[in-house]
Ligand binder design. Sequence first.
Ligand code: HEC
Ligand code: HEC
Length: 240
Amino acid sequence: MLPVVVAAVCAQGMIFATSAVAQEKGKIPLPVPRKVDFVKEVYPIFKTSCFKCHGPEKQKGKYRMDTREGAFKETSDHGPAIIAGNSEKSAIVLMVANQIDEMLMPPPGGKPGESDPLTAEQIGILRAWIDQGAIWPDGPIQEEVKLVGFETEIKPVLTAACAKCHSGATAEGNFSVDSLATVLEGGKGYGKVIAPGDPAKSSLITILTGKDEDIPKPEVHKLTAKEVNLITEWIRQGAK
Ligand code: HEC
Ligand code: HEC
């Protein structure tokens, strides 16, 4: 089956100056004109957009891209996933840039957040990395963890959503979002609502996700998924 597909693509390529597929679907975004860093720039794209289906838990299309061996494999119908030095022929680039019929990755129409197409900048980063030799360091990838800070990231969220009822001497339930200390102290009914390092034991997360059935006015206590994720990460890092 494979040789037939390749022959068809080559034949078209000879008839039309550029590949027919590319013509139909528009050009592939250009590589970004700078040196890119795999750990800081490429791996995070894989992690956000691909690992849900091609990671440790699921390997859709028998493709797994959280390890170097897996990521570089030959795809079933479209040649090697990654060809060091040749981003234009690498299947993952052709797929994220929608150059192969029915193989746009991530596939459209999935759950929100799972199927956002890569941006031109992200495709450009991926291409530059492949063209620069597709260097993937040995061993597990040590990601730099970005520390979530109370003053810079958490307090603004809590102030905007909660301060009108939870500030100063008249704070509802004696729970005030005025400072890190008052947030950690908790309120008169619930006591502490944060267990630093352990989001699962922090009742604040239950409250903010609308899962606390006892909290008055549950609708004012719900935050967006993005905000909850940020607060969860902050607690996981020790709530500092
Ligand atoms: C929501 C799930 C999902 C996400 C997210 C996703 N894929 Fe896929 N991927 C699939 C499915 C399903 C297939 C098999 C499709 C088929 O064979 O028709 C596949 C197949 C592939 C293949 C071909 C594997 C082979 O051997 O044929 C590659 C390469 C690939 N995906 C790359 C990516 C990349 C790169 C990303 C992230 C930018 C990504 N995918 C994100 C579901 C996903
Ligand atoms: C419109 C007003 C209002 C807003 C906005 C609001 N709350 Fe509340 N909250 C209340 C009321 C009323 C209570 C119940 C107080 C009581 O039991 O006396 C409460 C109780 C609580 C408690 C339990 C306090 C205790 O008794 O120990 C926590 C924790 C809490 N809120 C957190 C928050 C957070 C975090 C936000 C922002 C995401 C928020 N609230 C937004 C009105 C509000």
